[in-house]
Design a protein around this ligand. Structure first.
Ligand code: FAD
Length: 522
């Protein structure tokens, strides 16, 4: 076995792709390993002007705050330059039975007492005529009034309620690019890769650009989007389709102007169920981003467009002179994400569908894991890959379960899309086993194997009880101490909701102030 210092070092990284995945990954790595020069670490990002980034993906998860902070941008600059707004969760409309009263929240703030106690059984015992989110979390009330999660004096990246952002996907990449190049020393190339060549060992040797330049690296990060240039096309890692579980395979996307400059900006992503999928509705400071993700097995492109226009028309939005984009979605992920000296991040690794904004958070987690696992020499590559693949295979499987849960719990009967989604053969065994378990046990931390779950038991509680799932815990598993605590916490939460709704500014008001004055630096 060669001595450690005889093995090739891993300090030259090439990121292929300049979309959200490429720039987040480059930013996380370059900020974690800032030493440049001969003894340092080098990050190069290459993207092709002929293949622009996908330009959708505008809803994020609260992890994004830590990621932006790690990369070193300020929240004020980010909010201003990406037309971003505060997102505090998702609002699901017409998912349960399709009636006009059918709506519930999945807020980002955890249910009351969650850090130490599972109080969900006590809400089930006495829901006090309120939804789970309304009783167990103050944030649904804030979202209901389109309020911000903080004040102008609240320091950057902190809030009175947990939050993420809605951002302009077309502006986010260029914003990160400027910071990564100017402040973090990332080398940026605009060139098309036309060929990938491997060594005898099977590792990638170099990328060949259209102008004939050879790009070598110790580690290649494939952020090439759906084209999956390295991990898919070159290395041939199989793609595991999830289309028999998650039926969405197309989207119509459109941008909608606000009728006036002071129209309130929603504080949550609104997800409204339709005959064959659902419509996302995301409010930025300058416009809304709206789209219908649907299954072509159940509705034609024209039929879906008509439904999308029906949604817009019912809200009084324009439906003429809009520019609609059709996007194909191939739901699934790679069998491996890190193979040899190549790791895939973003759409090249996989994509399921936009529900619950799980894609950008997976990019953030991937970038963080690469930084944490990165060996200093090539000898550690195989072990790093094994650890990364085990964790991320688990994460993709868990996300499939969590997204499918939204469809399985629906009682809609208006189309085959919804009834087929409840067919036993379309539900993964793992989800069926969880649902069986949760008949008499409310989801809790220990139900899941990992310390850092993408969707924790809190998220499962919000969806299960928001959609009317019934858990019947045995009476001998309940006690008065926790029963009283639950009552106390729910009362406190109601009071806090009242105080916050009386004092927090509107989402738009705060964002306008941020444009003028900026947030307080940490
Ligand atoms: C309809 C829809 C809605 C979505 N909504 C959400 C959401 O709300 N929240 C969320 O988290 N995610 C969402 N996503 C996913 C999200 O859009 C992506 O995860 C995110 O944009 C990352 O994309 P990417 O960087 O992997 O790929 P892309 O943006 O496609 O970037 C690919 C890059 O690779 C480069 N490239 C490709 N081939 C070559 C080549 N030969 N040479 C050089 N460069 C090359 C391109 O130039 C480009 O820069 C959505 C996706 C879809 C389809």
């Amino acid at each position: 076995m060669p001595a450690r210092d005889e093995l090739p070092p891993v300090r030259k990284v090439v990121v292929v792709g300049g979309g959200t995945a490429g720039w987040i990954t480059a930013g996380v790595l370059a900020s974690r390993f800032p030493l440049r020069g001969e003894d340092g670490f080098a990050v190069t990002l290459i993207e092709s002007r002929g293949q622009p980034p996908i330009g959708v993906g505008e809803g994020t998860w609260p992890t994004i705050r830590a990621t932006l902070k790690q990369i070193g941008v300020t929240e004020t600059d980010f909010l201003r330059e990406c037309d971003a707004s505060f997102k505090q969760g998702s609002h699901f409309v017409k998912w349960v039975d399709g009636s006009d009263a059918d709506a519930y929240y999945h807020p980002f703030t955890l249910p009351v007492g969650y850090e130490e106690h599972n109080l969900a059984p006590y809400w089930l015992e006495d829901p006090r005529g309120q939804s789970f989110a309304d009783s167990m979390c103050f944030q649904a009330a804030i979202c209901g009034q389109a309020l911000a999660p903080k004040q102008i004096t609240t320091p950057e990246f902190t809030g009175l309620a947990n939050y993420a952002y809605h951002l302009d996907a077309g502006k986010f990449g260029p914003f990160l690019q400027k910071h990564c190049v100017d402040k973090l020393g990332v080398r940026h190339l605009v060139e098309e890769i036309v060929r990938v060549e491997s060594k005898d060992t099977g590792d990638i040797a170099h990328l060949v650009t259209k102008s004939g330049e050879l790009l070598t690296a110790d580690l290649f990060i494939d952020c090439s989007g759906f084209s999956s240039l390295l991990i898919g096309k070159h290395l041939g890692v199989p793609f595991l389709s999830q289309k028999d579980v998650l039926f969405i395979d197309k989207a119509w996307a459109v941008q909608i102007p606000y009728p006036t400059d002071d129209t309130p900006i929603a504080s949550a992503t609104v997800a409204t169920a339709q005959s064959s999928g659902w419509v996302w509705d995301i409010g930025l400071t300058t416009r809304r981003g709206v789209g219908y993700v649907f299954s072509s097995r159940y509705v034609s492109d024209e039929g879906a467009l008509e439904e999308l226009n029906g949604y817009l028309g019912a809200r009084g939005d324009p439906t003429r002179d809009l520019s609609y984009r059709k996007i194909d979605i191939n739901s699934g992920y790679r069998q491996e994400f890190w193979t040899r000296n190549c790791v895939a991040v973003g759409l090249s690794a996989g994509f399921l569908e936009p529900l619950e904004a799980s894609a950008i958070v997976m990019i953030e987690l991937s970038a963080k894991s690469i930084a944490n696992l990165l060996p200093s020499c090539g000898g550690g590559m195989r072990q790093a890959a094994r650890l990364f693949n085990d964790t991320f295979r688990y994460r993709w499987e868990r996300i499939v379960d969590f997204l499918k849960l939204h469809y399985v719990l629906s009682r809609r009967t208006d189309s085959r899309f919804w009834s087929d989604n409840r067919a036993r053969e379309s539900i993964p065994d793992s989800l069926r086993e969880y649902l069986e378990y949760w008949r008499d046990h409310c989801p809790w931390h220990e139900d899941f194997a990992h310390r850092e779950e993408v969707f924790s038991a809190a998220s499962y509680q919000y969806i299960l009880y928001g959609m009317g799932f019934q858990t019947h815990p045995a009476t001998w598993l309940l006690n008065d101490r926790e029963r009283n605590l639950a009552r106390e916490k729910m009362n406190e939460s109601a009071k806090y909701a009242k105080a916050l709704t009386a004092s927090l500014p509107g989402n738009r008001d705060l964002l306008s102030k941020v444009r003028r004055y900026g947030l307080q630096k940490i």
